[in-house]
Design a protein around this ligand. Structure first.
Ligand code: PMP
Ligand code: GLN
Length: 375
């Protein structure tokens, strides 16, 4: 008997594989295709001959943890104790899984906002808890009335993703006021805030849960160096939580991975001395603007994109096909891969929307959009 009977291969794997089979330009799975900063690869090359190949302490390499505490201070004016409130994880994925496994019990409810990233539901199901999927508004803002209706004494956790994959939406000050009001009514709810795109926002500034006093004692925040340093394959990130929650999270981490890949921890520790994460927003804003400009004469209708490196587009003016079929045909007949948005909904609602990843070099964006403009 399967513990996850409805889980199939992730849409990101399916689309990337199909893109490779048909030699299509892959704007589906979210990863950059340009070279990593040479300063980082130089550090890595030098470190590879040094004594950095054994286990780090379970929660992470202490100098790196101190530097993440400093980054958190510099970015959000939040002081964390790296020894008790921080954990280095094998990507945000492991931070999410470990947090849910540690904190959610059988029969608890966990609020997940649709459309939602695919990593949230399965760990909830493995805990024998209940994912409660609540749809965002049509403009992808949270519907706080609907969220409140879905909450009960049974609700243990609410997962927010800010900036939001796949829609690129970011939460506003007003959203945090609504969240505060809700949490005052439900003192047992813990928030899991997935902020892997925290440094990739454009006109509006990202508001991190790290900056909200009412959340500090009841919120777990996950982030990923994969997104911030263009190294998704390194699978390295971190989790911040108040000590009483982190104690439980570490218990699970200890037996899930024990400790995380040491050389990447050493390398990122050094890289953090020279890199400026605040340049990332501008870097991706230019990519977004270029991608949007290249598509302005196409028949795709582009949705607003406030952050992340994803662009949602409607193809309603091009085809009546459902979004999964449209994406498959887009690969086969037009040589471009994208992600169907229906796969982010529990009810697989088809709205003729697809997601493009614009974390690509200019030539790739130009070649892909040339094909897309022919549709
Ligand atoms: N959360 C979101 C919203 C993501 O988009 C991703 C991956 N792109 C992750 C978590 C996982 O991050 P990682 O690759 O560091 O595990
Ligand atoms: N987060 C990436 C995306 O949204 C996918 C990562 C994965 O394949 N699990 O495209």
């Amino acid at each position: 008997m399967s513990k996850l009977p409805n889980v199939t291969t992730s849409i990101f794997t399916v689309m990337s594989k199909m893109a490779a089979e048909y030699n299509a330009i892959n704007l589906s799975q979210g990863f950059p295709n340009f070279p990593v900063d040479k300063r980082l690869t130089d550090i890595l090359a030098r470190l590879s001959t040094e004594n950095v190949h054994q286990y780090t302490p379970m929660a992470g390499y202490p100098p790196l943890m101190n530097k993440i505490a400093k980054l958190t201070q510099d970015s959000y004016n939040r002081t964390i104790n790296p020894e008790t409130e921080l954990l280095i994880t094998a990507g945000a994925t492991q931070g999410i899984f470990t947090t849910i496994l540690a904190l959610v019990k059988e029969n608890d409810d966990v609020i997940i906002l649709d459309p939602s990233y695919d990593s949230y539901e399965s760990p909830v199901l493995l805990c024998r808890a209940k994912p409660v999927r609540v749809a965002l508004n049509d403009d992808y803002t949270p519907n706080w009335e609907r969220i409140e209706k879905a909450c009960s004494a049974n609700t243990r956790m609410m997962i927010i993703n800010n900036p939001h994959n796949p829609t690129g939406k970011i939460l506003t000050e007003n959203d945090f006021i609504q969240l505060k009001n809700l949490l005052e009514k439900y003192p047992d709810i813990i928030v899991l805030s997935d902020e892997v795109y925290e440094y990739i926002t454009f006109e509006e500034k990202h508001i991190s849960a790290n900056t909200k006093d009412f959340l500090l004692n009841r919120c777990v925040i996950v982030s990923s160096f994969g997104k911030s340093f263009h190294i998704t394959g390194w699978k390295i990130g971190y989790t911040i939580a108040p000590e009483y929650l982190m104690k439980e999270i570490k218990k699970v981490h200890q037996f899930l991975v024990f400790s995380v890949n040491s050389i990447s921890q050493f390398a990122i520790n050094e890289y953090l001395d020279v890199v400026d994460v605040n340049l990332l927003g501008k870097f991706y804003q230019e990519k977004r603007d270029y991608f949007q400009k290249l598509l302005q004469n196409s028949r795709f209708e582009l949705k607003p994109c406030e952050g992340t490196y994803f662009q949602v587009a409607s193809y309603a003016g091009i085809s009546d096909e459902d979004d999964v079929t449209f994406c498959k045909n887009l690969i086969i007949n037009h040589g471009v891969a994208a992600i169907p948005i229906s796969t982010f909904y529990s009810d697989h609602k088809d709205q003729k929307l697809i997601r493009f990843c614009f974390a690509k070099d200019d030539l790739t964006l130009e070649s892909a959009t040339k094909k897309l403009c022919k549709l």
